[in-house]
Design a protein around this ligand. Structure first.
Ligand code: HDE
Length: 678
């Protein structure tokens, strides 16, 4: 088999990737000549414990055995309470410079400035070992190591959230995660407690629609948008402020898995997204995103076209405030050690830099507390900022001392201010002219209440806006997802209640879901008028780059597809030959290949192998382009696929395959796949 990415051994032998100075001292292979204990004592044997004779009991005095096992016993740290499953990569962010009019943050404002970043993508609900392709919101957390200190943009791939106030976070997460008695189901929302909560707590409705949409099953982390969700306040060099929402736009476009495909993938390759990220970077097929901002005027009521900018269940349609690209992110380096980097990275909304401030969004305000707090138990104490992955590239003079896992040997006697002992080198407070973080003064007043603004009571208008903005195929998927998930509930009362929530969004959708559940459709009061936002639809006529898309070629390596393969590769696609048995130039065999690995398939040999039949039938059902070459038509016939169906390309050249791939799926085939009405 021919590897497309370096083998683990080749990677270890290769030169390590260039490392930032701040991380260098803590890195490296343990390449010394001799195996040692943690104290540096050379060891002659690490295979046998010290025993009283070969058949005797082990001796307590075996310090090497005890040290080795004790360290192993403590290798794991608590997984994140949410977003436990994730994977990450390093990259570079380059500013276009046009953001200078709204922010003085140097990494955004200074044209051409390059800033190192680490990005961690994640699912929310599952445990660390859960599958990547489950239906869930995805985390999209970015740490910018800026010259002014670290800035974290801790976002999701959906622009709204289930709750409006941080105090509800434990409730929504307790409801959405597994049931506490049996700890099932893992990593999914298709169960009673989730639907119980969201049907009772209707401010979740908008996010629920996103979670039932194709956005919840991304094709890869390369093909999802990211959103800061909350509104932030940006401050420019003159002190002018603007209210801003952050967006990440994938250069590859927004594409999703088919629901059945996502479910099969969860079993066939639970690491599907993680693998794609790492393999793509190894292959030089980097993930790329543009950072964009929606800029709204700062105002006392913090609303825009009647939309409350402090309500995290609301979006601002792009047609009202266009997303202006302000810089580009390229993910170009894999971590060397999952635990040290991806697991130990600690994001926090309070990691801000001059030019970026928070707003009073009550969800954001609570998050400002939570992220610091959670690291104390997750990373074992207050010194997690000293971990190499969390270190600032700006100098740190924080006067913090001691604590668990302190790894700095601080010198001097005056870690306090003011002091007269540190001498001229000691840290002094820095005003704005020295890059100090100074909040723009704002009047804060109000009665002490536990209450929401009145506008937060609108729970349905934007769910309807989202639904009506989508293409008919995407709308169908939402209907199917609601029907699937609610069918999985045991309690009929929950289904009935959820239908009454849906009835306040759209009557047609409610009728379809109700029919699927075998229940009557209730009446509701959906919004009388909805102005769609076409920017929300992901199925459009637009063609996208095919970088990183995978084409499976069924045939022997010499089956006449070499030219096709070569041209696809030059366009950034990954080509894998699927042959009856392994050998030179073969990457998958009939036994190891499954359709979900491929965005398109070319069949270039005759076979009635049942695994190939399943592969082709799945690829067909998931509306993937299928190329047929040479005797491949016999294989297609064995799978019962109509060669005249949309997206079946006879003797395709690379151009026609690339065009089909650039559309992501053969959308014309989708209506033919619907089961005939009973
Ligand atoms: Fe988080 N969230 N969150 N969250 N969140 C965490 O922090 C929390 C929310 C998001 O890859 C935790 O270090 C509260 C919205 C991402 O390491 C924790 C509330 C958004 C990640 C936490 C929210 C997010 C987290 C768990 C409601 C999108 C993964 C481990 C007020 C804008 C970051 C950790 C990573 C992680 C709390 C809501 C995104 C417990 C209390 C809204 C991407 O601190």
């Amino acid at each position: 088999m021919e590897p497309t990415v370096p083998s683990p051994k080749a990677k270890e032998e290769a030169e390590t990737s260039p490392v930032k100075e701040s991380l260098a001292p803590a890195r490296g292979l343990q390449t010394g000549d001799y195996l040692t204990t943690a104290q540096g004592l050379r060891l002659p044997d690490t295979d046998h414990s010290l025993k009283a004779g070969p058949r005797g009991p082990s001796l307590l005095e075996d310090f090497h055995l005890r040290e080795k096992i004790t360290h192993f016993d403590h290798e794991r740290i608590p997984e994140r309470v949410v977003h436990a499953r994730g994977s990450g990569a390093y990259g570079t962010f380059t500013a276009y410079g046009n953001a200078a009019s709204v922010t003085k943050a140097g990494f955004l404002a200074e044209k051409g400035r390059e800033t190192d970043v680490f990005v961690r993508f994640s699912t929310v609900l599952g445990s660390r070992g859960s599958a990547d392709t489950v239906r869930d919101t995805r985390g999209f957390a970015v740490k910018f190591y800026t010259a002014e200190g670290n800035f974290d943009l801790v976002g999701n791939n959906m622009p709204v959230f289930f709750i409006q106030d941080a105090i509800k976070f434990p409730d929504v997460i307790h409801a959405a995660k597994w049931h506490p008695d049996r700890e099932i189901p893992q990593a999914q929302t298709a169960h009673d407690t989730f639907w119980d909560f969201v049907s009772l707590h209707t401010e979740a409705t908008h996010h629920v629609f996103w979670a039932m949409s194709d956005r919840a099953v991304p094709r890869s982390y390369r093909t999802m948008e990211g959103f800061g969700v909350h509104t932030f306040r940006l401050v420019n060099a003159e002190g002018g402020t603007a209210l801003v929402k952050f967006h990440w736009k994938p250069v590859a476009g927004v594409h999703s898995l088919a629901w059945e495909e996502a479910q099969i993938t969860a079993g066939v390759d639970p690491d599907f997204h993680r693998r794609d990220l790492a393999d793509s970077i190894d292959a030089g097929l980097f993930y790329e995103f543009e950072l964009g901002i929606q800029v709204m005027p700062d105002s006392d009521d913090e609303t825009f076209h009647g939309i409350d900018l402090l309500d995290p269940t609301k979006i601002v349609p792009e047609e009202l405030a266009p997303v202006q690209p302000v810089g580009k992110l390229v993910l170009n380096r894999n971590p060397d050690n999952f635990h040290a980097e991806t697991e130990q990275i600690a994001f926090h909304l309070g990691h801000l830099v001059p030019g970026i401030e928070v707003t009073n969004d009550p969800l954001l305000q609570g998050r400002l507390f939570s992220y610091l707090d959670t690291q104390l138990s997750r990373l074992g104490g207050p010194n997690f900022a000293q971990l190499p992955i969390n270190r600032s590239q700006a100098p740190v003079n924080d006067n913090h001392r001691d604590g668990l896992h302190q790894s700095v040997v601080h010198r001097g006697v005056a870690p306090y201010l003011p002091n007269s002992l540190s001498g001229p080198e000691g840290p002094v407070p820095a005003g704005p002219e020295k890059g100090g973080y100074v909040n723009v003064p704002r009047l804060v007043h109000g009665e002490k209440v536990r209450a929401n603004p009145v506008s937060f009571a609108d729970h349905y208008s934007q769910a309807a806006l989202f639904y009506h903005s989508l293409s008919p195929i995407e709308q169908d998927h939402i209907v199917e997802a609601f029907t699937f998930e609610l069918s999985k509930c045991y309690e009929q009362a929950i289904r009935v209640r959820m239908l009454s929530v849906l009835a306040n969004v759209d009557a047609g959708l409610t009728a379809e879901v109700a029919a699927g559940l075998g229940l009557p459709a209730p009446e509701g009061t959906p919004p009388a008028q909805v102005t769609p936002s076409p920017a929300l639809a992901q199925i459009t006529d637009r063609a996208w780059p095919i970088t990183g898309r995978v084409v499976g070629v069924i045939g022997t390596p010499d089956a006449g597809t070499a030219a096709l393969q070569q041209t696809l590769k030059t366009q950034g696609a990954v080509v894998r030959v699927i042959a009856p048995v392994g050998g030179e130039g073969v990457e998958r065999t009939f036994q190891t290949a499954r359709s979900v690995e491929f965005d398109a398939v070319v069949v270039a040999m005759a076979t009635d192998n049942p695994q190939v039949t399943v592969l082709l039938q799945e690829a067909y059902r998931h509306a993937k382009p299928i190329g047929v070459q040479g005797a491949g038509d016999r294989t297609l016939a064995a799978a019962g696929i109509d060669p005249k169906a949309p997206g079946i390309l006879t003797d395709p050249d690379a151009e026609s395959l690339a065009t089909a791939l650039g559309q992501h799926r053969v959308w014309d085939r989708v209506p033919l796949l619907k089961p005939a009405a009973a």
